[in-house]
Design a protein around this ligand. Structure first.
Ligand SMILES: Cc1cc2nc3c(=O)[nH]c(=O)nc-3n(C[C@H](O)[C@H](O)[C@H](O)COP(=O)(O)OP(=O)(O)OC[C@H]3O[C@@H](n4cnc5c(N)ncnc54)[C@H](O)[C@@H]3O)c2cc1C
Length: 317
């Protein structure tokens, strides 16, 4: 029987949301392959992670109790060994910093093809992977001409699997070759220490060039406070140094998938939309009725942000 191996992602003691989206993608692929979905969690608090990963559609959760933090060499060895153990047809991992770190090495080690940044997968006679190009302007389909493959998936493209499952939990032990572990994590420093991770926020108030100058940011900060939301921004705001880089949404910023995304004075350029189109509800405030942001907005307010935002703040306070 075919097996799909999905490798969960965690950071600083927390499973990342994309791990649960990975379960949905993995289950769909396993169904297409008429096979089982195996999930691996490597390092960290594996027991508690495994319990959380026991969601509907998962057949087996493998815990690999090696180290606390992400380590390239440990992940490469563990995934290769587990893949051999279960004879996996497909390996799936998040298209995250970690996923993109070990996926090429594993694919190379197993001599299997790797397709990164998938936004859709389909398996009939073979695997077809949908990717986006040119700042999400074009979709391409990659036909994978191989019986075994590795795919990394983009966050926010599959719904997270929520329901509890009845997977078997199996510790996986293998002979780690310590001599091949060339690096160790000796500390952890958050970029922009003390600041938030916008990719984890449920509600984002995102500000664009329409704000005109830094002093006006306080208008939007007040709305974010009233909504208990997190402040994000388009690139010009960050390029101007008005907000730190870790608040930037988009192709060269972060991909976010909040419940609500309020785009204030943002035109909706493709490079921006690439980072926020997965938001559940998009609200746009813009004076220009032809701004592209309205093409993807669920609710649109065509008006001056300097009028609308204080009014909304008052209503929500
Ligand atoms: C390689 C590359 C990577 C990029 N990566 C990113 C990225 O990661 N993220 C990103 O955001 N951009 C990115 N960009 C830049 C992107 O192309 C756009 O330039 C940028 O998103 C525009 O930001 P904006 O919408 O804030 O500004 P603008 O396009 O200038 O839009 C401002 C909007 O505010 C509206 N407005 C003005 N005054 C008011 C008012 N008083 N009330 C209400 N509305 C008002 C205007 O009608 C306009 O629609 C990238 C570009 C390149 C080339």
């Amino acid at each position: 029987m075919s097996a799909v191996l999905a490798v969960a992602d965690h950071r600083r003691g927390e499973l990342r949301d994309v791990s649960f989206e990975l379960l949905t993608a993995g289950r769909e692929l396993a169904d297409d392959l008429d096979g089982e979905l195996h999930v691996a969690v490597i390092g960290g608090d594996v027991e508690s992670f495994a319990d959380k990963l026991d969601r509907d559609g998962v057949d087996v959760v493998h815990t690999v109790d090696e180290g606390e933090e992400f380590n390239h060499d440990v992940y490469v060895q563990a995934v290769e060994a587990l893949c051999g153990e279960i004879d996996a047809t497909a390996i799936l991992a998040p298209n995250s910093v970690n996923g993109l770190d070990y996926a090429p090495a594993v694919a190379n080690g197993l001599s299997i093809p790797l397709v990164t940044d998938a936004v859709a997968l389909e398996y009939e006679d073979g695997l077809e992977v949908t990717r986006e190009m040119y700042g999400s302007k074009v979709e391409t389909t990659v036909e994978v001409d191989a019986d075994r493959f590795f795919v990394t998936i983009r966050s926010g493209e599959w719904p997270a699997t929520e329901d509890r499952g009845d997977a078997s939990l199996e510790p996986f032990e293998f002979d780690l070759d310590e001599s091949a572990v060339g690096s160790r994590v000796t500390g952890f420093e958050e970029v922009g220490e003390g600041d938030v991770d916008i990719s984890d926020a449920d509600v984002l108030v995102s500000i664009g060039r329409g704000i005109e100058e830094e002093e006006n940011l306080e208008i939007v900060e007040a709305l974010a406070d009233a909504l208990d939301a997190t402040l994000a921004a388009s690139r010009p705001v960050v390029d101007n140094g008005w907000l730190p880089k870790n608040r930037q949404v988009g192709q060269s910023g972060k991909v976010v998938t909040p419940e609500v995304y309020i785009a204030v004075g943002i035109s909706g350029a493709v490079q921006h939309v690439a980072g926020m189109k997965g938001a559940k509800t998009i609200v746009a405030i813009n004076t220009d009725p032809n701004a592209p942001i309205f093409d993807i907005a669920d609710y649109g307010i065509v008006d001056d942000l300097f009028e609308v935002v204080p009014e909304l703040t008052e209503q929500f306070s």
